[in-house]
Design a protein. Structure first.
Length: 106
């Protein structure tokens, strides 16, 4: 998080210290592991990089989506609508190929 001219890891902000929703992790993969009490280890969380999205690597994103199994978690590192569009094209293709996803948080 940017505070003035300084970047502060999100796990060290007032949001992380919230008495109800607090957390320690700044890395989303670690946050998922923390919030699921280790049910989904950080090393198993799949991440779609901004670099893949910006390169319009639909085949690469599709490959990662088709690998998901056992309700595994995925992080999509999108910053703009065009990044999300690339992801959604790959997602749509994976669904057309029979992949089923239970829920998304965007």
């Amino acid at each position: 998080m940017k505070k003035g001219d300084v970047l502060v890891p999100i796990g060290q902000t007032e949001f992380a210290r919230d008495s109800v929703f607090g957390y320690m992790a700044s890395n989303l993969k670690e946050w998922i592991e923390e919030k699921t009490a280790g049910q989904y280890p950080a090393g198993q969380v799949i991440s779609i990089s901004l670099k893949m999205l910006r390169a319009k690597d639909i085949k690469g994103v599709l490959h990662k989506l088709l690998e998901i199994k056992n309700f595994n978690k995925i992080i999509v590192n999108a910053l703009e609508y065009t990044d999300i569009k690339v992801f959604l094209i790959a997602l749509s293709e994976s669904i057309n190929r029979g992949k089923n996803y239970t829920s998304f948080l965007i």
